[in-house]
Design a protein around this ligand. Sequence first.
Ligand code: SAH
Ligand code: SF4
Ligand code: F3S
Length: 438
Amino acid sequence: MPTKKLYIATFGCQMNVSDSERIVAMLAELGYTTTSHLREGDLLLFNTCTVRGGAEDKVHQHLANLRNLKKKRPGVLIGIAGCVAQQEGNRLLADYPWLDMVIGTHNLHLLQAMVRDAEAGHRRSETDFLDNSERQDLFPSIAGVNRSSAFVTVMQGCDNFCAYCIVPYVRGREISRRFADVMQEVRELPDQGVKEVVLLGQNVNSYGLKGEGEPPFHELLRAVAEVEGISRIRFMTSHPKDMSDQLIACYADLPKLCGALHLPAQSGSNRILAAMNRGYSRERYLETVYKLKAVRPSIKLTGDMIVGFPGETEVEFEDTLSLMETVNYLDLFSFIYSPRPGTKAAELADELPKQVKLERLDRLQKLQLQHSRAHNEAYVGTVQQVLVEGLAKREGQVTGRIDSGRIVNLAGTPELIGTLVAVKIVEGYANSLLGELL
Ligand code: SAH
Ligand code: SF4
Ligand code: F3S
């Protein structure tokens, strides 16, 4: 079988990264090997994100640019997957005649058939959502992936309908994967060299809450922690309203659970949080943070913030800054509010001048930079366990993560990849650390 080349570009969140891993594995079965050069690809796939307007615009630019390529090489197949595919569906086939496949977020199980059809000249768009009875198709395990840290998707979808967010519309309702299936996949990972498991879901800590006979998330975590050969466990993304006391207690009891938690607050203002439909107050959020720090004093939090939500006043924005001062995030992802079609917030008057939003984002990011730097400098002189994950960009260096998720680069050879090593931190930069093997 002559090898065909797959070029895949992935945008958006970890869920898309994980889906792309699955796509690569599925297409390997059809004889596709991957290339990182678009011009070498026989099949070009774009796994897309639409969480903000800018992300969606980028997809349309890419698609428009591919027209010439298809003219020059009519045999090239082009597909779009992920959240823009789900959002736009058939419309994309109509708007871009050079596009062959539109693969919705619940339709990856159809991918091989769709590629075969495309090879035979049939264009397809599949964007039906699956329901709970069909969920096996939503969560296949990805066989044969060899690395030290592996994503394991445990739930998909979102029922929260935050006023600004398009995710519930493009990922569908919350569906939890069967506990037994998750555990089977996790148990197979150590034999593939995997030491760290990252449990994934749009609202990972809402796992099992929608009454389908699965246990709650803290029980899943405890079961994963029992698996021999797994040394580290992380999970994301957690919704603050579902941080139960039992889940917090896991940070006291489970040494394998890394001292890191991504807990997006989105705003520090109670009025804005209510307008966003987040389901918690600033006080509730902080209570959770204090409880976490009480059971695991070394825990580092990361988060997401939105600035310029419709009607956000200067005082409300300053509430966000003061929340940041109190929490002291290791890292924070911050975004200017972007109206998304079909969401509640898109109907609100958005009168804040662009300039004000940009200026607020800049102030927030400058404050975060100070906090991140202070965290990084505090690591200098300490000894940390590092799971070495791969080669660093700089020659002669490898790269890995410490317990909090911070990246460390250190001089070392490829044999270190996949091992946990003790490292002395010698330098702290804005986003990473420099270490020396002990
Ligand atoms: N399920 C996760 C992640 C959702 S999307 C959660 O609930 O936190 C990732 C981040 O994008 C969100 O946390 C939010 O900060 C940001 N985001 C989502 N919609 C947005 C919008 N319309 N404008 C700006 N930022 C947005
Ligand atoms: Fe979006 Fe809110 Fe659901 Fe997160 S919890 S995916 S922000 S609707
Ligand atoms: Fe983007 Fe879809 Fe993830 S919209 S953030 S890729 S769930």
